[in-house]
Design a protein around this ligand. Structure first.
Ligand code: F6R
Length: 260
């Protein structure tokens, strides 16, 4: 795992955007896995800036969201369909028909989950999966005890996640209880993983994911199994890493050439 400690959220956004841009330069029709939430907003804003300034063309790119709430309509401002349209598809100039979000209103959610897996496969798999991390160590909405073998499925949001996401809704009770999420095995199949975390609120989860045991109690620890996983953290999110100086050393002395 590559761990990069950066001074602040702006540098996390810039380095993350560079990594995504590198993937798209190698493959114009790259498939990007899209996280929602606050963590990747700086990355998306930085990509949007590069697109607006003509440095980057993302018009050939496809996207697959990590997850979606169950039970709220896609036009709800906090549905991930809306969030992805607002923060990714429009500002980055992606072709709307190539941006996919699980269907949280499908009459048969299990069939919708299976269809989503098939759609990712039909697109050739995900080239780079952008991830945030929950304060409880979740990635996507794979909450603690999610199987490392899990695929896209309907599941239940942890109380902590509902409380954390209440800031996007009027009241905590309005946060849906269920969701569709890519599974941990689905995420592991992406060719690259790029996890971004900022702020002290993520420090315990980041340390558990990077330095803790491989355990479904910290779903993000599954990154330890991936051959090309990069974790970009700011100083605050790195605050509980015991081996921070080691990561700084390793990054400063990384082999020449493109990032892993
Ligand atoms: C969102 C997602 C979640 C978030 C995580 C962190 O699509 O999959 O895993 O990345 O809950 O959320 P923020 O970034 O809002 O702190």
């Amino acid at each position: 795992m590559e761990i990069v400690i950066l001074p602040g959220p702006d540098e996390v956004a810039r380095v993350a955007a560079q990594r995504v841009a590198d993937v798209v330069r190698r493959r114009r029709d790259a498939v990007i896995g899209l996280a929602t939430g606050s963590s990747p907003l700086g990355l998306y804003a930085e990509l949007a800036r590069r697109v607006a300034e003509g440095e980057l063309d993302l018009s050939g790119v496809s996207g697959f969201a990590l997850d979606e709430y169950v039970g709220i309509p896609p036009e709800h401002p906090e549905s991930y369909a809306s969030v992805i349209r607002r923060t990714v598809t429009e500002p980055l100039g992606l072709a709307p028909g190539r941006v996919h979000v699980p269907d949280g209103r499908a009459p048969d959610l299990h069939a919708a989950a299976d269809a989503y897996e098939r759609a990712i496969g039909a697109a050739g798999g995900i080239d780079v999966q952008v991830l945030g991390i929950g304060a409880n160590g979740h990635i996507g909405f794979n909450e603690p005890t999610s199987s490392f073998a899990s695929r896209t499925r309907v599941t239940t949001l942890a109380p902590r996640t509902r409380a954390d996401n209440a800031r996007f809704f009027g009241t905590p009770d309005e946060v849906p209880v269920h969701c569709l999420t890519q599974g941990l095995a689905t995420i592991l199949e992406a060719r690259r993983l790029l996890l971004v975390a900022q702020g002290v609120v993520k420090a315990v989860a980041v340390a558990a994911a990077v330095e803790g045991p491989l355990t479904s109690m910290c779903p993000a620890s599954v990154l330890q199994l991936h051959p090309r996983a990069t974790v970009l953290v700011d100083e605050a999110a790195a605050g509980r890493l015991r081996l921070a100086d080691y990561y700084r050393y390793m990054h400063a002395h990384r082999p020449a050439g493109p990032a892993p």
